[in-house]
Design a protein around this ligand. Sequence first.
Ligand code: HEM
Length: 109
Amino acid sequence: MSIIKINAITVPGDSGDELARRFAARAGQVDGQAGFEGFELLKPTDDRHTWLVITRWADDASFQAWVNSPAFGHGHRGEAEGASQPAAPQVGMTSELWSYEVAGGSALS
Ligand code: HEM
């Protein structure tokens, strides 16, 4: 059964659009990872400042393998690292990892 890992990222003020741009630039980088089933970036539509990265994996081991892989480190160390300029400052102020499994529901597919 799939498992769900959610990264809850809190961003200051109106920096959310920059977060979305950075995700758009990196979407696809995780696609080839074994056990990866998809992700969505969710933007708050109320007055919260917490964006959610909802990721779905075949099992916990697949997720752990990705988090410990060079690919994860590469995608999470700032866009300009390795270039002549210093890495762009991170947009998020805090982030929290939430772990879930599907316990019920229905879907029209
Ligand atoms: C549940 C799985 C994930 C975890 C635990 C995680 C972890 C983090 C953390 C801790 C941050 C804030 C600090 C930082 O920039 O390093 C972050 C930001 C970010 N993550 Fe992830 N992430 C996950 C999934 C993803 C996925 C699937 C993608 C896209 C392929 C992604 C792309 C990004 C981007 C673009 C940022 C913004 C970095 C910035 O502010 O420059 N993340 N993630």
